[in-house]
Design a protein around this ligand. Structure first.
Ligand SMILES: Nc1ncnc2c1ncn2[C@@H]1O[C@H](COP(=O)(O)OP(=O)(O)OP(=O)(O)O)[C@@H](O)[C@H]1O
Length: 810
């Protein structure tokens, strides 16, 4: 029978009956060239020790897991049940989960079952329903449908008495061993060409049904089936059809052999190559469709996505060292000397700082962030946020700051894209050493020359062993107290201002960059009473601060789920803010509020930097669009979900988290008439998904945009600064909405957002009100959810704020 196009993917051959030699033919050359490397990483752990693999098989460019070969090999020697044991390497060639590239994965059957539960049962491409192989009704219906296979137990039993399937020797499998040694393709063809198979007795029928149940639930088999583009969602359907086919056509030998194996791994491994042959012949369309989907979700070799950058001979200079060691300073010197330069910042705040600083030094520089574009006439330099990097423009010098953010689970893709795609003769990377090795690898892939420049802190960071002895009254001028929640920040500020003569500035993530800068300036300025800073981890990056000592109020934080220790790299980054060259505090000190946190701080500072193994990637819209063309009637959120499940990545990359994007996509489902591209772009708008007000406005903006009416801000402008925490939260929220409007105006047709000027004025006014509010803020922080103040503390005696202690105790 002529084979469909999918069958050209590969063929498993067995020569000679008892030989273990398998040869894999790869006929689809185009496929080999595009995909071989990505699959090449998934080697069977024991391949080199396996005589069948190491000596007999030379399969250089195989587009699927080597396990398939092993499996076929083992099919030939399937009597060796112990070889089929649980040490089989469970490959996930299509998984987007960031797993070690070394293939050291052991979750054999468990993982498989989970996959089946999660994926396999959600969709049946054939019937549009889910299939559950454990369902007894299913077995019954199978039985009912399988005409001629098993019509009536009694008559079948009678027939079996005369049938040749039974026999003394057969009871222990003797006499059927030769079945195991047969070429699966031949076996399959024999089954296919049989008119009617053998009639089974009831117990055999039950055993075989159970065996097919095991096959359908086998994570190993469903993973292997991916190699021939039988997707996880379709796998149960394919097994179901194969089962039907098998029951109809099965020969006495094969049935008996399977019965002797029982519903176990060995039977699955015997059946699987036959199943492969069946699928290749029966499901060419499904295979083609899934192959198309997988290939459109191919994120392997991302360096090839930027041919113009690849055509350039780029020089990469890695300024590698801890915080406060002068890396950015040196890189910026080169940036300012260049004819045309680009500075890529991790934060809007820092992009603004560099914009101001460079212009003040007489180098004309424009600003480009998600929210604003400030063009300075005659400027050849640009300071931008890393997400806004243009890979079309040509630069002499580009600086990518905080390059270790490539490994950030959510935003890492923006740094990866900048490094791979920037068209610049010279690219300066500033960051800690954690991504040095992976940058080396990327440069060898891209062919760029890499130069490393290592730095040490100007002055070593000193740990103060005394700590604050648990008493915030021990804070001193120039201290920065670091707490890890907004609530604690205000509790600490209140306590310090109540029990000491110090005044506190505050910096935390929800504050707009303008307000953070204003607070930083207030703190840096020596001529006022604001001499203590209370900040969140937002202080770790971007601001030039005159900090004498960083005091960790706590070394653990709530991660949305539970209280976890702050990571060593974050502790280092934050503590490193203390002491700054050229400031009144050139020597940096750090300590903790409590003595029992001190050891952890010391431990973190002593730890070497992580050696990051993978960096982030995220598909471009074009890739998502191509993927979407392979699917029908799916929402953007489902599309991203499926992309995540099916995308392929090289061992050096992971797919960035996109739960936030999916949540926004879900919210926007109710907005009709948005094109996929617009929907995709809306999902990247900066919005706090936990703030219902902000989410409401985003949906409103999207609705107006989709109806092609001018998008209005329609939001009451606060008249005065906040006098309690609810009003402060409201100001933060409103600023976020305005900022979102500005972001949308930069990312969509400007004429749809005609109130940009109004939004800019509102943003400035709200930032001003926030600054005013923070100066006088001395109220109890409220919960965003209940809007009720936290319980009052005792009036006179200072006590450490309890919130975190309670969480810890829990
Ligand atoms: N050669 C120099 N002359 C004068 N000031 C310098 C010099 N090098 C660095 N500085 C100053 O030292 C401070 C820290 O330098 P820089 O910001 O470059 O450090 P960094 O290693 O990039 O730290 P981070 O990782 O926090 O960005 C800055 O205020 C910078 O202006």
């Amino acid at each position: 029978m002529a084979r469909g196009p999918a069958s050209s993917l590969f063929r498993v051959y067995a020569y000679k009956k008892n030989s273990s030699r398998i040869r894999v033919l790869l006929c689809n050359q185009q496929y080999i060239t595009t995909s071989s490397t990505s699959f090449g990483q998934y080697h069977h752990r024991g391949a080199s020790q396996n005589p069948f693999l190491s000596s007999s098989f030379h399969v250089p460019n195989r587009p699927f897991s080597t396990n398939l070969i092993t499996l076929a090999c083992l099919g030939l020697i399937s009597q060796r049940k112990n070889v089929l044991g649980s040490d089989y390497f469970h490959v996930k060639p299509f998984s987007s989960v960031a797993e070690d590239g070394d293939g050291d994965v052991n979750d054999n059957s468990e993982g498989g079952r989970t996959d089946l539960v999660d994926l396999g049962c959600e969709f049946d491409a054939d019937s549009g329903k889910s299939i559950d192989f454990d369902n007894e009704n299913e077995v019954t219906s199978c039985h009912e449908e399988e005409d001629g296979v098993y019509e009536d137990f009694d008559s079948a039993m009678a027939e079996l008495d005369n049938d040749s399937v039974d026999g003394e020797g057969a009871a222990n499998g003797e006499g059927y061993v030769h079945v195991a040694c047969r070429n699966p393709l031949e076996l399959y063809r024999e089954l296919r060409d049989t008119e009617n198979g053998v009639k089974l007795r009831r117990s055999d029928w039950v055993t075989l049904t159970e065996t097919f149940g095991v096959l359908s639930r086998s994570g190993w088999a469903s993973d292997q089936a991916l190699a021939i583009y039988i997707g996880k969602a379709f796998f149960p359907t394919a097994v179901q059809k194969f089962k039907k086919f098998f029951f109809k056509k099965c020969s006495a030998d094969v049935a008996k052999y399977l019965v002797t194996l029982g519903p176990a791994d060995a039977a699955v491994k015997f059946l699987f190559p036959i199943f492969v042959e069946y699928c290749l012949e029966e499901f060419p369309n499904e295979i083609k469709q899934f192959q198309g989907m997988v290939e459109s979700a191919d994120l392997t070799k991302p360096h090839t996505w930027f041919p113009f950058a690849r055509a350039m001979k780029r020089k990469i200079i890695y300024h590698c060292g801890p915080t406060n060691s002068g890396k950015t300073y040196n890189a910026l010197q080169r940036f300012m000397e260049a004819k045309k330069g680009l500075y890529c910042s991790p934060l809007r705040l820092l992009a603004m700082e560099v914009f101001d600083k460079v212009n003040a030094l007489g180098v004309y520089c424009s600003l480009q962030t998600g929210q604003e574009k400030k063009y300075i006439p005659f400027s050849n330099h640009t300071s931008c946020t890393v997400e806004m990097v243009s890979t079309d423009e040509l630069y002499d010098v580009a600086v990518i700051d905080e390059i270790q953010m490539m490994a950030d689970p959510s935003r890492g893709y923006a740094w990866t894209r900048a490094l791979l795609g920037l068209k610049a003769d010279e690219i300066h990377l500033c960051g800690d050493p954690s991504v040095l090795n992976i940058v080396r690898k990327i440069c060898s892939d891209t062919g760029d020359e890499l130069y490393e420049q290592h730095y040490e802190r100007f002055k070593p960071l000193v740990v103060e062993a005394k700590t604050l002895l648990g008493d915030l009254r021990n804070v001193r001028s120039g201290d920065c107290v670091v707490a890890f929640s907004r609530r604690e920040i205000f509790e600490v500020k209140m306590a310090i201002e109540r029990y000491t003569n110090h005044r506190c500035c505050v910096i935390y993530g929800a504050l707009p960059p303008e307000t953070r800068r204003q607070q930083a300036n207030l703190f840096n300025d020596q001529d006022n009473e604001f001499d203590v800073l209370v900040a969140s981890d937002a202080v770790g990056m971007g601001l030039n601060l005159n900090i004498r000592r960083v005091v960790f109020y706590s070394v653990s934080k709530y991660n949305g789920d539970k209280v976890v220790p702050v990571s060593a790299s974050q502790v280092k980054q934050i503590a490193g803010r203390a002491g700054r060259r050229g400031s009144i505090y050139p020597d940096g000190l750090t300590t903790t509020l409590h003595l029992n946190d001190l050891d952890y701080l010391i431990e973190c500072l002593k730890q070497p930097f992580d050696d990051v193994k993978k960096v982030g990637l995220f598909p471009f819209f074009e890739q998502v669009e191509m993927f979407a063309s392979k699917l029908q009637d799916v929402s953007l959120s489902q599309l991203l979900e499926k992309f995540g499940q099916n995308c392929r990545l090289d061992g050096s990359y992971f797919l960035c988290r996109h739960d936030h994007i999916k949540k926004v996509a879900n919210m926007l489902e109710k907005v009709q008439e948005l094109s996929l591209e617009d929907r995709f772009n809306f999902c990247f708008a900066p919005v706090n998904i936990r703030d219902p007000k902000a989410m409401y406005h985003l949906v409103r903006f999207a609705s107006a945009y989709s109806q092609k009416v001018p998008v209005n801000i329609y939001m009451g402008m606060p008249k005065a600064s906040a006098s309690n925490d609810a009003e402060l939260l409201d100001l933060e929220s409103k600023h976020q909405v305005v900022s979102m409007y500005l972001w949308l105006s930069q990312h969509f047709e400007r004429e749809n957002f005609p109130y940009v000027q109004k939004a800019e004025t509102m943003a400035t006014d709200i930032a001003g009100l926030l600054a005013e509010s923070l100066v006088k803020a001395n109220w109890k922080p409220e919960s965003r959810k209940t809007g009720k103040p936290m319980p009052q503390q005792k009036a006179d005696v200072y006590d450490r704020p309890r919130s975190l202690i309670k969480l810890k105790e829990k």
